[in-house]
Design a protein around this ligand. Structure first.
Ligand SMILES: [Zn+2]
Length: 83
């Protein structure tokens, strides 16, 4: 998958240029204090924080987000992110 796009829930970080599946996952990779030491987590740090890249190539907050991996049906709350 090379054609990653940005939609109203997915976003690309202008700092590290990684793609995120949701604002929650985007927020999770930004640490530190605004105007002080705000920065992005490295890929390694994101993995250590439990974040994963989904099958479409977007970072998610956790393996269960979106339900791609476990084989379970997506929850209603996840549907917006799958469209
Ligand atoms: Zn970033």
């Amino acid at each position: 998958m090379s054609d990653l796009t940005v939609s109203n829930s997915r976003c690309q970080c202008s700092g590290c240029e990684e793609f995120f599946n949701s604002l929650a996952s985007f927020d999770k990779h930004r640490i530190g204090r605004h105007g002080k030491d705000r920065r992005c987590l490295t890929r390694h740090e994101m993995l250590e924080a439990g974040m994963e890249k989904n099958t479409a190539g977007y970072w998610v907050t956790a393996r269960s987000e979106g339900g791609f991996w476990s084989g379970k049906e997506p929850q209603a709350d996840d549907l917006d992110e799958l469209i």
